[in-house]
Write a protein that binds this ligand. Structure first.
Ligand SMILES: Cc1cc2nc3c(=O)[nH]c(=O)nc-3n(C[C@H](O)[C@H](O)[C@H](O)COP(=O)(O)O)c2cc1C
Length: 222
């Protein structure tokens, strides 16, 4: 390994051994209360919370440090209505023509269909794009490495930040999403990956009765 470009890291997050396990336990407990929310009230989320969540996302590791993400934040009801209309059009044709019976039965416990009122009611929609290629001065394009993986890690950090700030989210992935480039005027070499819905839940807060796999089924120490 060549260390010639390395610099000292002055702010590594050292923690006393005594409290480190407690910190990690508290984080796991807080995150265990995160659920995807599909019914939102009209209460607005402070832009600062959204901005900080995106800042947290931007601290994500990324393949070759290419940071291939772009976050289009929508808090504008007419634009949300347009997005909802487009998304529902795509989802309707997906549910009616493309989704096979196996996929439909996997979705059944969630009760989802093409109707997406939360796209209009939730406070903010964060459209997360992943850069596919990088324009060069000579007009050619350089490749992006591990773009989707990097963007997905960033979204995980963003969702964690929102959850810890008391904001509900839904990770929504419409079947076709290129209309988002047009609506938000984002070049086609960025591909929409997620719409993260962010807001406050409508009360009483209800979620599908589903469970998480036990630890022993998802992890083995070697
Ligand atoms: C990549 C991804 C795509 C998803 N797409 C949708 C979606 O399009 N619509 C939806 O209602 N939920 C969607 N979800 C949410 C999942 O259904 C939800 O995370 C899962 O059922 C577990 O529930 P929980 O988030 O409450 O723990 C998606 C989640 C992920 C990670």
């Amino acid at each position: 390994m060549d260390l010639k470009n390395y610099v000292p890291l002055k702010n590594f997050n050292w923690q006393p051994e005594k409290t480190a396990a407690e910190i990690s336990s508290q984080f796991a407990t807080s995150m265990s209360t995160r659920r995807s929310i599909r019914n939102y009230s009209s209460k607005e989320v402070d832009d600062t919370i959204i901005r900080n969540a995106i800042l947290a996302a931007s601290s994500s590791p990324s393949g070759a440090n290419q940071q291939p993400w772009f976050f289009g934040v929508i808090k504008n009801k007419p634009l949300q209505s347009t997005l909802r209309k487009e998304a529902e059009k795509c989802e309707k044709s997906f549910y009616e023509q493309q989704a096979d019976t196996t996929f439909k039965s996997a979705l059944e416990p969630l009760g989802t269909d093409h109707d997406k009122p939360y796209l209009e009611t939730a406070s903010h929609l964060i459209v997360v794009f992943c850069q596919q290629k990088i324009p060069q001065e000579d007009g050619s394009f350089a490749p992006v490495y591990y773009g989707i993986k990097s963007t997905s890690i960033a979204v995980g950090l963003m969702i964690s930040s929102l959850h810890l700030s008391g904001v509900a989210t839904l990770t929504h992935t419409p079947a076709t999403m290129s209309f988002l480039n047009d609506i938000l005027d984002v070049p086609r070499y960025y591909r929409p990956q997620f719409i993260v819905v962010a807001g406050y839940p409508e009360e009483p807060v209800k979620v599908p009765a589903i469970s998480r796999k036990p630890f022993q089924d998802i992890c083995k120490f070697y």
